[in-house]
Design a binder for this molecule. Structure first.
Ligand code: NAP
Length: 329
């Protein structure tokens, strides 16, 4: 199995140039997490940016105050070369169906997640480019890193190359938002979509938060003070993640006590047991066979009924109440 970095194609600032997008106008649809960050980075890189908003958007004043140009989406589409879709994935296809008749030959559609193209919710015409520049991090970090002359890595991909320049354009956009400062990895819409969903479900937004809260509950149910459980199972997570993010797991084990090293290595395999691995394999299959996609689309159609129930359960938990009190959030 090919797994070494040698088999990956990575592009840095020195491999790419802004030239190909220098004279192109970019429409950023949406001014949320990614929209705001990418628009500001593009603008600071000298790229001409318009922000596309809906009529009743709450962002009109904010965009103007930040010295960018807001415009109604259908009007803006007629003026630009690159259209970057930075609104929630589950509403993107609805918006696309309202504006697709306005698209013209040679325009470039750009996504920061492969979801709508890979699952065929959006099916653009053949005479345009379809590319992806997906930052591996939240918008806030994309902006903060850029301001420090650094960047967040990007996954880039080309789904449709009508112009023959699609990859160059994706790389130039990545450079303009700071991605190639850290590295832009060549991927595909399929790979980005499936691995991104798997990562957020199994590790980032599912596995880690549930591991922390379950461990917290076990300690509280065993009679320990909630505040002590909170510090041990939650507060210390950031410290250890920062450490192994910087130096890797091996050196992290050298930097902790031998008692923690022995206990961690001995118990880790019991917590993340073979049953857990089997469940992870089921989850990647549910992503690949579209079961997850169908259930999320259904819930979005049902006014997020299931999502809202889960959010209420989460916010009523003792763990969440502790966090509110201690972090004053
Ligand atoms: N969030 C991340 O960290 C992250 C990381 C990598 C990739 N991505 C990808 O980036 C894309 C954008 O995600 P996001 O989290 O940045 O989105 P978001 O913050 O939730 O997007 C909010 C913006 O979308 C606008 N919007 C919502 N519904 C709309 C509609 N029906 N028509 C027009 N505008 C609408 C909102 O405008 P109003 O002011 O009108 O409400 C607001 O400006 C997604 O494809 C996502 O997968 C996100």
């Amino acid at each position: 199995m090919k797994s070494s970095l040698e088999n990956s194609k990575i592009f840095y600032d020195s491999d790419t140039s802004l030239e190909i997008i220098k004279n192109k106008k970019v429409l950023i649809i949406g001014y949320g997490n990614q929209g705001r960050a990418q628009a500001k980075n593009l603008s600071d890189s000298g790229i001409d940016v318009i922000i596309g908003l809906r009529e009743n958007s709450t962002s009109w004043d904010l965009v103007k105050n930040e010295n960018l140009t807001p415009m109604l989406i259908p009007e803006a589409i007629l003026l630009v070369d690159i259209i970057s879709f930075l609104i929630p994935d589950e509403v993107m296809a609805n918006l696309y169906s309202e504006i697709n008749r306005l698209l013209s030959k040679n325009q470039i559609l750009l996504f920061s997640h492969g979801y709508n193209i890979y699952y065929k919710k959006i099916n653009p015409p053949k005479n345009i480019d379809i590319i992806m520049v997906a930052p591996s991090g939240a918008g806030k970090i994309v902006r903060e890193a850029f301001k420090k002359n650094s960047g967040v890595p990007n996954l880039i991909a080309v789904h449709q190359d009508f112009s023959g320049n699609a990859l160059k354009i994706a790389l130039a956009y990545s450079k303009a938002i700071g991605g190639t400062r850290a590295g832009a990895f060549l991927s595909t819409f399929q790979e980005e979509t499936e691995t991104d969903l798997f990562g957020e479900q199994v590790v980032l937004c599912g596995g880690i938060p549930k591991l922390i809260q379950t461990a917290f509950n076990v300690l509280v149910e065993a009679g320990y003070q909630p505040i002590v459980a909170w510090f041990v199972c939650f507060y210390e997570v950031k410290l250890i993640v920062d450490l192994f993010h910087k130096i890797g797991f091996n050196k992290m084990y050298n930097a902790i006590s031998t008692t923690a090293e022995f206990g961690g290595l001995k118990v880790g395999d019991r917590i993340i047991s073979n049953e857990v691995k089997i469940e992870m394999k089921k989850i990647i299959n549910e992503i690949k066979n579209k079961d997850f996609f169908k259930s999320w689309e259904l819930d979005a159609k049902n006014n997020y009924e299931e999502l809202n129930k889960m959010k209420i359960k989460q916010s009523n938990s003792l763990f969440e109440q502790m966090t509110k009190i201690i972090n004053k959030v």
